[in-house]
Design a protein around this ligand. Structure first.
Ligand SMILES: [Zn+2]
Length: 111
């Protein structure tokens, strides 16, 4: 796998309400938690199987906050994805590294 899709470190900053990822190519990503939750890839959040696997529009990170979604825990899934467990108990979203990197709001010039 390309280094830009490999993770070096993961930090959950509850104060900043961000998930921060340092990638193997040295890029630092910051994902505001609200946008991360809105982009949850699970079938329920995507509204059905026919909507699965579509690329995320990074502008999702610019939408105003409606909820107070915080990350409780993160589990790594193999060497390709993260399972994010939220403070409301939602935990079916498996965020693939490639998908995360491609929607990085830093790299897309949004934050
Ligand atoms: Zn979901």
């Amino acid at each position: 796998m390309e280094t830009r899709f490999q993770i070096r470190s993961i930090t959950v900053s509850s104060n900043a309400r961000e998930l921060q990822i340092v990638w193997a190519d040295g890029h630092h990503s910051r994902f505001p938690m609200e946008g991360l939750r809105r982009s949850c890839p699970c079938v329920f959040c995507q509204g059905g199987h026919e909507n699965m696997g579509k690329p995320v529009d990074p502008a999702i990170f610019l939408e105003p906050s409606e909820h107070d979604r915080l990350i409780t825990r993160i589990n790594q899934v193999g060497n390709y994805a993260l399972q994010i467990i939220w403070n409301d108990g939602h935990q079916t979203g498996i965020y693939r590294f490639e998908r995360l990197r491609n929607m990085c709001p830093v790299e897309n010039g949004l934050i």
